[in-house]
Design a protein around this ligand. Sequence first.
Ligand SMILES: Cc1cc2nc3c(=O)[nH]c(=O)nc-3n(C[C@H](O)[C@H](O)[C@H](O)COP(=O)(O)OP(=O)(O)OC[C@H]3O[C@@H](n4cnc5c(N)ncnc54)[C@H](O)[C@@H]3O)c2cc1C
Length: 450
Amino acid sequence: MSSSHRPDRSFDAVPALDGELCFDQAALEAAAGDFGRLVHRLPAAVLRPGSAEDVAAMVRYCRERGLKVAARGQGHSTHGQAQVADGLVIDLGTLNSIEIDGTTAAVQGGALWSALVKATLPLDLTPPAFTDYLELSIGGTLSAGGLGGQIGHYGTQAANVLELQVVTGEGELATCSPTLRPDLFRAALGGLGQCALITRATIPLVPAPRSVRFYSLTCPSVAALSAQQAALVGEGRFDYLIGEVVSPSPGAWTYVMEAAAYDATAADDARLIGDLEHTSVEVRDVPYFDFLNRIAPSMEQLKTIGEWQRPHPWYDSLLPASSVDAVVTETLANLKPDAIGLSAVILLYPIPTAKCTTPLPVMPDEELAYLFSLLKTASPGADSAESMVAANRSQYDATVEAGGRWYPIGSVPLTRADWEHHFGAFWEEFSAARHRYDPDGILTPGQRIF
Ligand SMILES: Cc1cc2nc3c(=O)[nH]c(=O)nc-3n(C[C@H](O)[C@H](O)[C@H](O)COP(=O)(O)OP(=O)(O)OC[C@H]3O[C@@H](n4cnc5c(N)ncnc54)[C@H](O)[C@@H]3O)c2cc1C
């Protein structure tokens, strides 16, 4: 073990570690913020674990001393979810091994989705479900749920896990699956790091297509987009299906359906889009990896123009199909450009809830739900980050009123009562698991649930 300058007596007598415990200002500062740039909390130390045993040993160590612990993947949360003041941040980036055995991959929690798919593609295999950005950690998205355009076929990323290795809040290194300690498995997947930290996930692999035919169709209204998406996701016509609301000019909105068919060589345009309502269409064939990774160039562009470095008060909701048109229409009617910033993205796509086979993330109580996301940036001249967060709170209230839930990765100040409502019927099981597996309540305080 090595450790940089240790200013704080509370970290005396640490156990022998395979990795490194860091106290230098650069390491602490790097763990004190996130992509949201709204919350700053300086930890007392950062662990770069060399093994899952390191994670377990330091969780036990912190528990004995009453210190809080937060795992950090890539820090792409937006409201301090991976942060802890005066406690220990475990930067899982050093636990990133990937082992492929037949049609499964055993992946450590800090590995990135981009690394996993780069490792599986030479074997003509792929994980079934992705997020739209691949530079997120396996443990980070599995703790949130992991939503993307393959959800119509495979559900969330959390629904595509065979087994987990976790470290509980007692510092126990445990293995769980749907049949082995299922209560721990259910509380860890989508569990926002409240009961256990994910050190390894076993993920099933499916045959990978070589190429993808990608369609971008413009629909005339919210209702046309959502109805078409509902029909298509119901029949499983496309392998990938999302939607975006874009603003060609202030106050105007355009509704774009993005759909992909695997493999491009087998795609039949007449069958796939011949009967679809649209005002314009773009069609292109792309290699599978480029398709999965297609938002990466835009993210680099955001870094170049400085938008990536600005505050991101994101809001993501899960709306029941019965209220989606009304909520989206009302929201867009009142949405000024300054309320979302220069590089905002608005997502709208369907989720068949039965495909999401884990209790978390919580879905609305209907067969079909929609992700409706307002991914805001507090750009220069736009509303302040604080007022965007306040607007998120109002939007959250409207979501709940409409029978929806939030997808808990964004920036909404919630009370304990809000959280209880959010977890709904699962609250009792979830809070029992928290008390069982993290009896001293040391894990992941940045979520502000317990
Ligand atoms: C550009 C961009 C695009 C995105 N696109 C999507 C998308 O398409 N779909 C989607 O679902 N989400 C998307 N997200 C959100 C993203 O999935 C979540 O914010 C996710 O939690 C980030 O992963 P991370 O590795 O950065 O986690 P972090 O931000 O580091 O951590 C998130 C939370 O999980 C906890 N945590 C981290 N690792 C672990 C672990 N191993 N075990 C237990 N708890 C852990 C942290 O303590 C924290 O509470 C996007 C985010 C960004 C910035």
